[in-house]
Design a protein around this ligand. Structure first.
Ligand code: FAD
Length: 393
């Protein structure tokens, strides 16, 4: 996503920009729910997309359920909920096919005063004045220019899944579907909200319910158990959904029955392919080294509670292009870009850490855990999660 934003905006600014994507098939059809913010719409508009047409599902309410399924809090919070696939398709349509190269896995970088060369695993290479590393939190670009920066496991995982709206029993649909709904088991957080159906279908009855359930998982014991496939391979940075072992899925269902409101347990039970993501922090001290910039999750991976992944990727790309427009040489422009974006990204990281503190009880002191618990009440959760107002203050 950050690569598409950057390439589209760079081309508009007069650069000749090409995207090199590792995956050798189109990425259309992937991903789950994304929370939108006004800032994200603004950059979509700048990139030539129309975010006011069919971006997603508008909701107005947040709601918290207790263990018995009773509503224990409601909060007005108008928001548009979209899907990764919807935003990806909008951006992909703005990028001509001849400048979007799939099956190109970046393996190495060479740079000099004259330019930068990207080397790909198929033996090909590309040269340019600037290389933008928009290759996600496991970034090879970051590893090449800032090898000390590594993802740090936060101590908890997120179970995720999608259920067709039509599969939900009417009573569950009425309680949870057209709202952002929370459940708050001890040291855990469950959240669900509606997203478009397949092929961005926004018609009532054809949408999907997206859930995310954050649960502590100790690094030395629980994590290897969760992320090891049936052949004994440990997928430390994330396990492909089809490789999750049946007993791990069974443990999800068992916990869901024991800990969640009946409506939320129904959603988990109806999910055909739940998937699992360990939560990491990535925080870099630099966003540019020579002729290489890094943006999006490659530079800063914030925990999902601020729901800022796509928004901050978009704003990184916009700031990069504005800096390049405002300066004649790449080095001065990249220095201005870093000055603009590092403080904002640090604030996003810090806020996301605060909101997720109570999900890592085994890593916090009793005092720090007690302080973190103030974000674990229905009132706090409904007012704070996925709201970027703190950036303005
Ligand atoms: C398929 C997919 C689905 C997602 N679904 C969701 C979702 O449902 N909800 C949500 O909140 N967030 C989702 N995300 C994450 C969200 O898109 C990011 O937080 C946000 O877009 C900012 O990340 P990014 O664009 O910087 O990096 P990413 O989105 O991680 O994209 C990085 C891209 O770089 C490519 N890449 C990686 N290494 C190399 C390499 N060596 N050479 C060439 N290319 C490389 C990857 O294939 C990927 O396309 C998803 C990401 C992906 C890739």
């Amino acid at each position: 996503m950050s690569g598409l934003f950057a390439a589209i905006l760079l081309r508009q600014a007069g650069w000749q920009a090409d995207i090199y994507e590792r995956v050798d098939v189109g990425l259309i059809g992937r991903g789950a729910g994304i929370v939108t913010h006004a800032e994200m719409r603004a950059v979509l508009r700048a990139a030539g997309c129309d975010p006011d047409r069919d971006l997603g599902i508008d909701i107005s309410q947040r709601r918290t359920l207790d263990r018995s399924g009773r509503i224990i809090g409601e909060h007005a919070c108008p928001q548009t909920l979209t899907s990764w696939d919807r935003v990806f398709r909008m951006l992909r349509a703005q990028c001509p096919d001849r400048h979007y190269h799939i099956g190109k896995e970046l393996q190495g970088i060479e740079q000099s005063d004259a330019g930068v060369i990207a080397h790909f695993s198929d033996g090909s290479r590309a040269t340019g004045d600037l290389l933008v590393g928009a290759d996600g939190f496991r970034s090879n670009v970051r590893a090449a220019v800032l090898p000390a920066v590594k993802p740090v496991y936060a101590g908890y995982i997120a179970w995720r899944g999608l259920v067709d709206e039509s599969a939900l029993p009417p009573a569950v649909h009425a309680d949870v579907f057209e709202a952002m709904v929370f459940g708050l088991p001890p040291n855990q957080q469950f959240i669900c909200y509606p997203v478009a159906g397949r092929d961005n279908d926004l018609r009532a009855g054809h949408r999907r319910c997206n859930f995310v359930w954050y649960r502590p998982a100790e690094e030395a014991t629980a994590l290897p158990w969760l992320l090891t496939d049936a052949d004994g391979n440990f997928h430390a940075l994330g396990i492909p959904p089809p490789l999750i072992r049946p007993e791990v899925i069974a443990s999800l269902h068992e916990a869901s029955r024991a800990l969640l409101a009946p409506q939320l347990d129904t959603i988990v039970g109806l999910t055909l392919q739940p998937f699992l993501q360990p939560i990491f922090d990535v925080e870099t001290s630099r966003m540019a080294v020579g002729r290489v910039a890094i943006i999006g999750d490659a530079a800063f991976l914030a925990r999902p509670h601020v729901a800022a992944g796509v928004t901050k990727a978009a704003e990184d790309a916009l700031a990069l292009v504005e800096a390049l427009r405002g300066h004649d040489d790449v080095a001065t422009a990249l220095a201005a870009f870093e000055r603009a974006r590092i403080p904002v990204n640090r604030r996003i990281m810090q806020r996301a850490r605060e909101l997720g503190g109570y999900l890592q009880p085994h890593l916090l002191s009793p005092d720090a855990l007690a302080a973190a618990e103030r974000h674990h009440t229905p009132q706090a959760i409904m007012a704070e999660i996925a709201v970027l107002d703190f950036l303005k203050g």
